[in-house]
Design a protein around this ligand. Structure first.
Ligand code: GUN
Length: 294
């Protein structure tokens, strides 16, 4: 049996249509235009391509969007002042600082400087804390996108054995936390595996839903997956370049082999990636609504 492909492109398109209509209504009825600034420090090619995609989507949805490019040698103080400027700008509802930052800048300090009400990435400890206790907050975009994909594809999460591979603050920890909560897309029994896990395959083979955010190409092979499992591949690994200079991407799972075993699987590219950007837009609309008291 070949797995159903969960298309992030299609689901993201659906959500963007919903958001576009919501933004048009906010503008018309309330005179509110969601505003998003994306701050890029330096010229890391992957970061440039992510930020460009974020800006393009914001523009398509009718946002007020600002791309703020800063040189790689900007001082930490100057970056903190820039964030303060956007914290105080009422036309901006969401602030995103693209990671990673150059080594001389303390990433934590920068993320903590963003006002929690404008933290559309969901990285500020106030939002992380609220997420953990199940309060309304900005959810981090990739985990939020995974939840939407699972729910909109009809995957049963209630009572499911979910295994997360990876323990990053951006994906592994938050998705594990969200899926164990009493909520739509949650109510699962969750295991987290990481680089020090003794027998990875023992755990992954038990998974009804396997979420892989290991950051290493094809670490999950078909023998590590249960027949009929739902497989969400968060990996985006650049494994080469086409003659035209386009990056060749591959995920963290062996897609070709696993799609013959899984019931549903996300492709790379075209899976989780487009969802991440779309959930950033959803958070920005939420931020604008909150700021306007809507
Ligand atoms: N770099 C890789 N993923 C992300 C993300 O979700 N947000 C930000 N700000 N930077 C990233």
């Amino acid at each position: 049996m070949s797995a159903k492909i969960i298309s992030g492109v299609e689901i993201a398109k659906q959500i963007r249509e919903e958001l576009k209509a919501e933004v048009a209504e906010m503008k018309e009825k309330h005179g509110v235009t969601p505003g998003l600034v994306t701050i890029l420090v330096g010229e890391n090619p992957a970061s440039v391509s992510y930020v460009t995609a974020k800006q393009k989507t914001a523009h398509e949805l009718g946002f007020y969007s600002v791309q703020d490019n800063q040189p790689a040698d900007i001082s930490e103080d100057a970056l903190l002042s820039l964030i303060k400027k956007y914290n105080d700008d009422s036309a901006i509802h969401g602030i995103l600082v693209q990671l990673p930052l150059p080594k001389h800048i303390n990433e934590t300090k920068v993320l903590y400087a963003i006002h929690p009400d404008k933290d559309v990435d969901g990285f500020h400890p106030v939002n992380v804390g609220k997420m953990v206790i199940g309060e309304q907050c900005f959810l981090p975009c990739t985990p939020h996108g995974i939840l939407e994909m699972l729910m909109r594809s009809g995957a049963q999460t209630k009572g499911a054995e979910v295994v997360v591979v990876g323990r990053s603050n951006i994906v592994g920890k938050p998705i594990a936390n969200l899926m164990l909560q009493k909520r739509d897309g949650g109510d699962a029994t969750v295991t987290i595996c990481h680089t020090r896990t003794r027998d990875m395959a023992f755990h992954t083979r038990r998974a009804d839903i396997l979420i892989v955010a290991a950051g290493r190409p094809k670490v999950i092979t078909a023998d590590m997956v249960k027949e009929g499992a739902v497989v969400i591949d968060v990996g985006v690994n650049r494994i080469g370049q086409t003659p035209e200079g386009k990056a060749i991407l591959c995920g963290d799972v062996d897609f070709e082999a696993i799609k013959e075993k899984a019931s549903m699987i996300t492709p790379v590219p075209g899976g989780v990636g487009p969802m991440t950007i779309t959930m950033l837009m959803k958070n920005t609309v939420q931020a604008a609504r909150q700021a306007a008291g809507l």
